[in-house]
Design a protein around this ligand. Structure first.
Ligand SMILES: NC(=O)C1=CN([C@@H]2O[C@H](COP(=O)(O)OP(=O)(O)OC[C@H]3O[C@@H](n4cnc5c(N)ncnc54)[C@H](OP(=O)(O)O)[C@@H]3O)[C@@H](O)[C@H]2O)C=CC1
Ligand SMILES: O=C(O)CCC(=O)C(=O)O
Ligand SMILES: [Mg+2]
Length: 423
């Protein structure tokens, strides 16, 4: 058996040995099915690409139901320590109960390791059934802030001593008289910071610059939540202008030119910036954005947004390219180099243990991980195999039910097909 080595970060650069040890969390619900399938494909792609010279040494770490059954803890400290030490990890989905019980372990992992970017690329694979006419126009990369917003978990149940105390403070100290039914309200707090916004928007702009993307759209609900979502927009524009002055043109600048010199001059300035290859930094209010990504998706490329908006937007966009079964993602801290790759979907509990669901989301998260490690040859093999397999119409239930003439296969059989098509 190959003895693995640790990935390290040297002078801010990821140093990847030929046999990196990569921790994985198998996940709850359908997690074991999709992980078994996806990890086989990842291993086969690496073997095919490097002929045995490189391989991943998987190291299981515990979280969720398996961790609770084995250790009595949902998220053992050891799991956090191991991921911290080994830098790069991958995970299956973990269950979060609704309306009570433990807080999200998925969110806890992101917060505890400060993985502030949730990176979710959304693209269409030819042949995947889609509810829209031109799914090929959807090619967006979402940068969702991953550590703040109402996901911070500062929430108090209705009638609790904490809720009563906070209510009293709001009413007596801050003169709040707008809570419609104070005695029967649960309360939540939404922290959004300048630092959190700046590092997220910086990551989005860096991505646009290095990947040759034309625009970054700041998505917010700043008309209603002025000092959180509105501030996100303002801080985002400020960061873009301060740090990327000659490489970007912002709609904030557009508005200033319009006010000073009129609409024609502003239009001309934007056209000139586009012609010069500058990145356009624009913004959209979240509700209309959800309409525009359906009606004119080609206008959006990189999206930077807050935590809750990003959660909604990523599932909505996934639907346009074939659904959550094919939506990958990663949680990344670009300063420390730590990253956990994970599918966008959840545990899909009704299909648990049936060897049925589509393993593509976690597999494509693995593909993102390989690319992150600069193992592009193996990543490319996964993409071309995915294209061939989907074109042959041998697919899991989610695509089969929408594809005429498809052959429906199980999760594990889909992995077999993918491995066969790694050529
Ligand atoms: N990062 C994480 O670990 C996440 C965890 N969760 C957690 O997962 C649990 C269930 O959440 P829920 O809201 O039902 O969302 P899920 O994403 O688990 O499932 C919703 C639906 O999406 C489809 N789906 C999900 N995964 C796949 C797949 N691999 N292949 C094909 N279709 C798929 C199924 O649709 P259909 O019924 O149409 O076949 C499924 O019923 C909750 O506890 C939630 O908190 C949720 C999101 C992310
Ligand atoms: O943590 C959870 O249970 C849900 C998280 C989620 O929906 C997401 O990250 O997209
Ligand atoms: Mg979600």
């Amino acid at each position: 058996m190959v003895k693995g080595e640790k990935i390290s970060v040297v002078d801010g650069v990821l140093n990847v040995p030929d046999n990196p040890i990569i921790p994985f969390i198998i996940g709850d619900g359908t997690g074991p099915d999709i992980w078994a399938a996806a990890s086989r494909v990842i291993d086969a792609a690496v073997e095919k690409a490097y002929g045995g010279k490189k391989s991943i040494v998987w190291k299981e770490v515990l979280a969720g139901e398996k961790a609770y059954d084995m250790t009595g803890e949902w998220l053992p400290q050891e799991t956090l320590d191991v991921i911290n030490e080994y830098i790069i990890a991958i995970k299956g989905p973990l269950t979060t109960p609704i309306g009570g019980g433990i807080r999200s372990l998925n969110v806890a992992l992101r917060q505890k390791l400060d993985l502030y970017t949730c990176l979710r690329p959304v693209r269409w694979f030819k042949g995947v059934p889609s509810p829209v006419k031109r799914p090929q126009d959807v090619d967006m990369v979402i940068f969702r802030e991953n550590t703040e917003d109402i996901y911070a978990g500062i929430e108090y149940p209705q009638g609790s001593p904490e809720a009563k105390k906070l209510l009293r403070f709001l009413q007596e100290e801050l003169g709040v008289d707008k809570i419609r039914f104070p005695q029967t309200s649960g309360l939540g707090i939404k922290p959004v910071s300048k630092e959190g916004t700046r590092r997220l928007v910086r990551a989005a702009i860096e991505y646009a610059l290095t990947q040759g993307r034309k625009s970054v759209t700041l998505v917010h609900k700043g008309n209603i939540m002025k000092y959180t979502e509105g501030a996100f927009k303002q801080w985002g524009y400020e960061l873009a202008e301060q740090e990327y002055g000659d490489q970007v043109f912002t709609w904030n600048q557009y508005d200033q030119i319009k006010e000073r010199e009129g609409a024609q001059a502003a239009e001309a300035a934007q056209s000139q910036a586009e012609a010069a290859g500058k990145i356009i930094i624009k913004d959209a209010i979240a509700d209309i954005f959800l309409q525009q990504i359906l009606t004119r998706p080609a206008e959006f490329e990189v999206v930077a947004t807050l935590n809750l908006n990003g959660d909604y937007i990523s599932d909505a966009l996934a639907a346009q390219v074939g659904g959550i079964g094919i939506a990958p993602g990663a949680n990344i801290n670009y300063e420390t180099g730590h990253a956990i790759f994970e599918a966008t979907h959840g545990t899909a509990p009704k299909y648990a243990g049936l060897d049925k669901v589509n393993p593509s989301s976690v597999l494509l998260s693995g593909e993102m991980m390989l690319r992150h490690l600069k193992w592009n040859e193996a990543a490319d093999l996964i993409i071309s195999s995915m294209e061939k397999t989907i074109a042959s119409k041998v697919v899991t239930y989610d695509f089969a039910r929408l594809t005429e003439g498809a052959t429906e296969v199980k999760c594990s059989q889909f992995a077999d097909e993918l491995i066969k098509n790694l050529t």
